[in-house]
Design a protein around this ligand. Structure first.
Ligand code: KIV
Ligand code: ZN
Length: 469
């Protein structure tokens, strides 16, 4: 009785969002396109659950707009029952971001599902995401219910969610520690109840790639009705395997991957969106799939998230870390200056990073030092550069990173020592080149940027190795 009234209040404009991801994927498959992997971003939900990463409504909305520019298929905007703020954030995102599917999380109980449905009432493409733990550990110690009760609760919850919304995702929490036979039974039951996406979470990051692939494959083999729904992977990073497990899941038949910007999420985090997407793209020879991600928006998304949460990214983080495109070793710098294929597998520009950097430290060589001096407006002959290089190495040993002002001091000193030697100022570009003194990059130490020819010098057969040229 109550539900009927409620349904009238929040009927969704489902005609606007006619095709589910599964339907769109099957359509694509008919046209012999590469299968499309839907990117389900959970930065604003699982990501927000990581310590120090909570966001207010305004901040969530700002990030949601960036996720939209990034081209994610689904934004999990929050857990509406958790707080007024989360409810309002889901509502605001649903109203302001019409393109992607907006998902709201709910436990498998009436009040959560109703709240989630209510928060999504303004969404063009709403999804209710229902979860219930299924592993023996969780059933016995956390929920204190039997497998039969669990199965009935999951089925009833999905039925209820379905009465509000045609797009319903179900997650058997701790799936990777659940008995596969029980998992198959519960998945069958929620498909019958109307679930359209079955998400398989490795909740505690316990699985390894071959095992996770087997689980997905087993689900495809043993669950009746599985061909009607989309299989999704949701991997945590407790063993540092979240991205590897997500890739294994895709190879085994998953067509949606849940991930977060900068890999934030509970404990060690979720699969990092930028790493997963770029692994698919750079290694498209091994993974014949596509995503709708605009990869140039990856770095801006990462920066915005760090700015909002004030949680910095580790410098060596793949794809978007400060060092991901920085080269300090002399041999590497020399290779990069000759041809960037030597030490880079994708261009920084392809992920929205302005450029590669050559960091001046004790491992650097003459080639990069000479380049930076030129970029600062000075060019030297071989003997002069040797002098400066010797002093530079002594200094770098002491202070680790040599900044431009240190370098200018060395140049001045060298000028004093070598009375009468002529410094030629190379502010004007040498004839026949388009090289200009380049501005400093936004890094905390001096860095030479690559000259233009090193950036673009490539041949088409090499593009396999340098994505984004
Ligand atoms: O890790 C997990 O199991 C979850 C579910 C709610 C999908 O985040
Ligand atoms: Zn999770």
């Amino acid at each position: 009785m109550f539900y009927n009234t409620y349904l009238n209040i929040i009927s969704f404009p489902s005609f606007v969002c006619r095709l589910t991801i599964g339907e769109r994927q099957r359509k694509g498959a008919m046209k012999m396109e590469r299968p499309r992997i839907a990117i389900f971003d959970t930065t604003l939900r699982d990501g927000e659950q990581s310590p120090g990463c909570s966001m207010n409504v305004k901040e969530k909305l700002r990030l949601a707009h960036q996720l939209d520019r990034l081209g994610v298929d689904v934004i999990e905007a929050g857990f509406p029952i958790a707080s007024e703020g989360d409810f309002t954030a889901v509502q605001a995102i649903a109203a302001a971001v019409p393109r992607p599917i907006i998902a709201a999380l709910a436990r498998a109980c009436v009040k959560d599902i109703e709240r989630a449905a209510q928060s999504l009432s303004g969404a063009v493409c709403p999804r209710i995401h229902v979860f219930l733990a299924t592993s023996e550990i969780h059933l016995q110690h956390k929920l204190r219910i039997t497998q039969q009760q669990c199965l009935e609760q999951a089925r009833d919850a999905v039925r209820l969610a379905k009465s509000f919304c045609r797009d319903v995702e179900f997650s058997p929490e701790d799936a990777t520690r659940t008995s596969p036979q029980f998992l198959y039974r519960i998945l069958e039951a929620v498909i019958e109840a109307g679930a359209t996406t079955l998400n398989i979470p490795d909740t505690v990051g316990y699985s390894v790639p071959a095992e996770f692939a087997e689980l997905i494959f087993g689900i495809r083999q043993n669950v009746r009705g599985i061909e009607k729904v989309t299989i999704s992977a949701h991997c945590h990073n407790d063993l540092g395997l979240a991205v590897a497990n997500s890739l294994a899941a895709v190879a085994a038949g998953a067509r949606q991957v849940e991930c977060a910007i900068n890999g934030i999420g509970e404990r060690a985090g979720n699969a990092s969106l930028e790493e997963f997407v770029m692994a698919l793209r750079v290694r498209s020879d091994r993974y014949a799939y596509e995503t709708g991600i605009v990869s140039e928006q990856l770095f801006p998304a990462s920066k915005l998230l760090s700015e909002i949460t004030e949680v910095p990214v580790q410098p060596n983080k793949a794809i978007i870390g400060r060092n991901a495109f920085a080269h300090e070793a002399g041999i590497h710098q020399d290779g990069m200056l000759k041809n960037r294929l030597t030490y880079e597998i994708m261009t920084p520009q392809s992920v929205g990073v302005p450029d590669s950097t050559l960091v001046l430290g004790k491992h650097s060589g003459r080639h990069a030092l000479g380049l930076r001096c030129e970029q600062l407006g000075y060019s030297f002959d071989r003997r002069e550069l040797d002098d400066i290089y010797r002093q530079f190495v002594i200094l770098a040993d002491e202070i680790k990173h040599v900044h431009d002002h240190h370098l200018l001091d060395l140049i001045r000193e060298s000028r004093g020592i070598r009375q009468g030697s002529q410094l030629s100022v190379a502010a004007a570009a040498p004839t026949g080149t388009s090289r200009k003194p380049l501005p400093l990059l936004p890094s905390d130490y001096s860095a030479a940027t690559l000259p233009h020819n090193a950036v673009t010098e490539h041949h088409s057969e090499q593009e396999d190795y340098l994505w984004g040229v």
